[in-house]
Design a protein around this ligand. Structure first.
Ligand code: ADP
Ligand code: MG
Length: 526
């Protein structure tokens, strides 16, 4: 049933929000991520949802970010009640539509009960049979058209209609908290997507190009064992405003001139249209149960050039192209790392799995950082470090020495930012190798390709990076070009063994900006 599945998705989002709460109320808690039977938050809630035949009840607390969820119509729909006193949700009852609170019915005279109740029962049975018949017809029709056929859900007419993604994600249509759509709309959009082709395989699932109302979207399908990455990405996109051109969660691709040249220096395939505005970044997150297994989807803007890793395999760059990629990545990283205060603010975020496969190349040849499944968040005000609940670790090849030697201070947010900088240096090296200087360019190779096997073990990497203290060899030809030799210097300053000696993202951004100016080509501000 729609309500049940959507309830489960919503519940998942609420559940994970617990880790981010820094509130005052003590509430009863039985969501899976509560280690103890209580949690602290701004309000306590009880929720109830119906999935198939079974009813799920949950108790927990909402953090500040989801406070307004207590009031909205979406919450009423799912059967959620909030209350404002310590442990007030411990015995709070909640009734879904169709259920009745016990009370006056018990006082009805016996005769009335004996006649009216069976009659009502019969009526209800007839209504259920009719509903079942109608659903069966709908289901068969939908089955014939594949997943896209679920567009016939009654929600379509009222919520999505014939909108484009641009319409849906307009300024007046957001939840007001994160970067995403209201949960019900997210779910409706998700159910109307037809999967077209598999475009990427990460370590934890597959990414497909899907089509929604004629527009391409990317659908990341998480394997059920990587549920925590789906929780984390969903949480970040739904609770944090991540509007930035160089982060996949941004609302729009760079506007105006940002994308104006997308076919100008292009490859002549003419795949993008100049007229239509590009759809936004994060679109929806959805959880459904199918054939007794859980399917976790994350739907984002589709980037036809794929990952930076894919792009570098087939594309050689000039100095300006190299600098554009490098600058756009560092702009995205600065935005992640910085905490912004105020209602439109965001916590500081460290990525923890930065690599060329987790960076996408947009149609304007700028990059955006993707795959936030391992990110950690930090708020200075509450000094709360949210490392999530994900058993996944970063990619060994890109691990900083302190991660490989297990010396990293895991309780200190700054440590995670420094590991991102190490990885950024490696990505910069990958880009620089693919840049033509003096007519010479190297083939694409991953970092440490010459000293570790193709799927290096933790021990392989530890020996190279910690024991031998090796860093990738910087090609000599880079030093005959002013921009490339400056980039080589930046790389080296990302690779100090001591994390505190490494450059900050902001420092790198400033250096690259100066370099861009020296090329005398106006670059987009970020
Ligand atoms: P995982 O968490 O499994 O590593 P990623 O988000 O890193 O998944 O995506 C895996 C691959 O799928 C990427 O390396 C890229 O090739 C492709 N991909 C991911 N998102 C998109 C997108 N929005 N548009 C186009 N390709 C994508
Ligand atoms: Mg990935």
């Amino acid at each position: 049933m729609p309500r049940g599945a959507a309830g489960a998705a919503l519940l998942a989002i609420l559940t994970v929000s617990l880790g981010f709460a820094a509130g005052e109320l003590l509430c009863a808690c039985d969501v899976p991520h509560c280690n103890v039977s209580t949690c602290r938050g701004k309000v306590c809630f009880v929720s109830k949802s119906r999935e198939g035949g079974s009813v799920t009840r949950r108790k927990g607390c909402f953090s500040q970010h989801l406070l307004e969820s207590c009031r909205g119509p979406v919450m009423e729909h799912f059967g959620t009640k909030c209350c404002n006193a310590s442990m007030c949700n411990a015995h709070l009852e909640i009734y879904l539509r169709g259920e009745e609170a016990p009370g006056p019915a018990a006082a009805l005279p016996g005769l009335l009960l004996l006649t009216v109740v069976p009659l009502l029962g019969l009526l209800l049975l007839a209504a259920l049979a009719a509903l079942f018949g109608w659903k069966l017809v709908q289901h068969r029709r939908a089955g014939a058209r594949g997943r896209a056929g679920e567009a016939d859900l009654p929600l379509k007419a009222s919520v999505a209609g014939d909108s484009t993604l641009e319409d849906l994600l307009g300024d007046d249509c957001t939840t007001g908290s994160g970067s995403g759509l209201p949960f019900l709309v997210q779910r409706t959009v998700a159910r109307q997507i037809a999967l077209a082709e598999c475009v990427g395989k990460g370590r934890y699932g597959e990414v497909w190009r899907g089509v929604w109302h004629g527009e391409s979207v990317a659908v990341k399908i998480f394997s059920s064992r990587d549920e925590q990455s789906w929780f984390r990405e969903t949480e970040i996109y739904n609770t944090v405003l991540l509007r930035h051109d160089n982060i996949l969660g941004e609302r729009r691709d760079g506007d105006g001139d940002g994308d104006g040249d997308r076919d100008g220096d292009g490859d002549g395939t003419g795949r993008s249209t100049l007229a239509a505005p590009p759809p936004p970044g994060f679109i929806a997150s959805d959880m459904t149960s199918r054939n007794s297994s859980t399917q976790l989807w994350l739907i984002t803007h589709y980037h036809e050039h794929g990952s930076l890793y894919d792009y570098l395999q087939r594309t050689a760059l000039d100095g300006a192209g190299c600098l554009a990629l490098a600058s756009s990545i560092i702009c995205g990283l600065v935005h992640l790392h910085v905490e912004i205060f105020g209602t439109q603010g965001k916590p500081a975020i460290a990525h923890r799995d930065l690599k060329s496969r987790n960076i996408l190349v947009k149609s304007n040849r700028q990059c955006c950082i993707a795959d936030l499944g391992l990110a950690v968040m930090h708020s200075q005000g509450s000094d709360y470090l949210d490392v999530g609940n994900n058993p996944r670790v970063g990619t060994k090849r890109y691990m900083a020495p302190e991660v490989l030697s297990e010396q990293i201070r895991t309780d200190c947010f700054e440590s995670y930012k420094k590991t991102d900088i190490w990885a950024y240096g490696l990505v910069l090296w990958e880009i620089a190798r693919r840049t033509v200087v003096n007519g010479i360019v190297e083939e694409y190779r991953p970092p440490f390709f010459d000293v570790v096997p193709s799927d290096p073990s933790f021990e392989d990497m530890r020996k190279v990076v910690c024991v031998d203290q090796q860093t990738p060899a910087v090609p000599n030809r880079l030093f005959s070009n002013a921009v490339l030799s400056a980039l080589a210097k930046v790389m080296k300053e990302c690779w100090y063994q001591s994390p505190s000696a490494r450059l900050t993202a902001l420092r790198i951004k400033k250096t690259l900006k100066k370099l861009s100016h020296s090329l005398e080509k106006p670059k987009q501000e970020c």
